[in-house]
Design a protein around this ligand. Structure first.
Ligand SMILES: [Zn+2]
Ligand SMILES: [Zn+2]
Length: 166
């Protein structure tokens, strides 16, 4: 079920998107390639040395969007430390290719304010993440379909795109 949904808060006007499943890998240009898992690109990361999942979250304290890269696969010559270091450096320098995402989303939605790189082989476990800016605990699944992550207000779905046919 690949999709991109845009939400907007009726009270404060905060807008965000919920898209996924969102993944990444280190591509042949030595950049981070981010993509939504579709039927047509299932094996996109098969030749990559580093790959994993992306969580998009939000710090209510800073009012900033935060992206978490969760590395799940590491192949030689990388080890855990060098894989984390490489992805951190690339994210820092914004060395991100979005070939697979660009056709579907606005370029202004491609960059987040902060990011976290984590090595976590159990994607579903309950781990606390801290905002890289203010250190407060951030929710792993912020992008609520029920209430505004910023003010708790009522939200409405403003736009959406089902990608199952791609
Ligand atoms: Zn923060
Ligand atoms: Zn709100």
């Amino acid at each position: 079920m690949a999709s991109i949904d845009y939400f907007e808060c009726e009270d404060c006007g905060f807008r965000w998107k919920d898209q996924g499943p969102l993944l990444f890998f280190l591509n042949e240009n030595n950049k981070i390639e981010e993509y939504i898992l579709l039927i047509s690109n299932m094996n996109l990361d098969s030749n990559s040395n580093i790959s994993g999942d992306i969580i998009e979250t939000y710090c209510t304290n800073c009012d900033k969007k935060i992206k978490i890269y969760i590395i799940s696969t590491i192949k030689s010559p990388y080890d855990e430390d060098s894989a984390i270091e490489s992805i951190r450096k690339l994210a820092d320098e914004n060395q991100i290719d979005n070939k697979a995402l660009k056709p579907f989303i606005r370029s202004s939605d491609l960059k987040d304010n902060f990011y976290i790189v984590d090595l976590y082989r159990n994607f579903y476990s309950n781990k606390d993440y801290h905002c890289p800016n203010c250190d407060s605990i951030i929710s792993k699944y912020i992008l609520s379909k029920n209430k505004c992550p910023k003010c708790g207000g009522e939200i409405s779905s403003v736009d959406g795109l089902c990608l199952d046919k791609f």
